[in-house]
Write a protein that binds this ligand. Sequence first.
Ligand SMILES: [Zn+2]
Ligand SMILES: [Zn+2]
Length: 430
Amino acid sequence: MTAIWMIVRYMLPLLLTGQPHPVDSYLDEEMPYLHEFYKSLHQHPELSLMEEQTSEKLAAELESIGYTVTRGVGGYGIVGILENGDGPQILYRTDMDALPMPEKTDLPYASQVTTMVNGSEVGTMHSCGHDMHMTTWVGTARYMAANKDKWSGTLMLIGQPAEEIGQGAKMMLDAGLYDKFGVPDYGLGLHCNPTIPTGQIGIADGYTMANTESIDIKVYGVGAHGASPHMSIDPIVIASMIVMDLQTIVSRNLKPTESAVITVGAIKGGTKHNIIPDEVGLQLTVRTYTEEVRQMIHRRIKEVSRGIAIAAGLPEDKMPEVIIPDVFTPANYNEPALTATIQEVASKAIGVENVVYAEPQMVGEDFARYGSTEDKVPTVLYWLGTVPQERMESHDLPGLHSPFYYPEIETTLRTGIKVNTEVLIDLMKK
Ligand SMILES: [Zn+2]
Ligand SMILES: [Zn+2]
């Protein structure tokens, strides 16, 4: 099946036009190198904030092809600059970290790595596809360096640490990414997608990923013997009522055409069957797109919690505490004009039928930060299809962060590199 697919995918356009796509011809030579590069990254995953070898591998790679590389820009963050005359400066980001989970694919190049986390050895795996992000990034970097006659401007390639814990982009920006290397005119990124077939990309403009924040509620009460509830003000009952009332915020307070999620992911309280505790903790994840909705949800969480506590008869000094951290991952906004450019260029590069609409999601991605500074850099994060043909047919589609997830290498790499290089060249055309 794969062989037939490859013939249709690459030979048919050749037969019809008599000419392979110029990027494809170039990639024919590059592919063995990039396959090995990918497999090596896949077999040597490193967890968030530990990307020492990975970042060094990327830095050395860029240096070997003429980029000026700065290491240590926010943890193991790296910046590779390639100046090539007048023109726009374009940021293109890859993330570098893997996840603490044992790989369960049967791939011959499956990761066997374990990492010490909190005193125990845990399996470590690139189950979010960041190894594919890095290889696509390297392939793009190599093509751009080898084809400097085709474009004019400055490439700003960044290797970002700690995406999985939502910290890396902030670390790089706080380390002076834009002050030291200049504010880019555009920002580009991609993420592997576990349901889009390899050979395609998915894209949409506007908000495509959510503001992501963790909120804690500390619910207080008056403890007592479980057989004497009349001597208590039971925080377990109060917390339960808060959980139920939180369900009405999205359904009753939010405009029906807007989106938000409030999930209570953890309730922690009590020690034993027959003791009414005096404190219960709730852990929430809150997802929104706009600042207005975000503020409304904060206000309603506080009002609902306080209202239920007052109704239970708690005094002012035992009102629930709603703890909202200052730092959160902002929503990803795909700037419409840049999105339209990418759609148009990608349609020419890989075929209009291979550029699909990807529904917005309520997941978070800290790539959003590069477009969320006061500089308002237009940015786009698109989805790169990775699902191998046989998986599409079997409907066996493991999601990201599944121990069974893996991207198909050949077509995924070609598609990502072709789209990236054509978009960069279009934005920096002479
Ligand atoms: Zn992930
Ligand atoms: Zn990821």
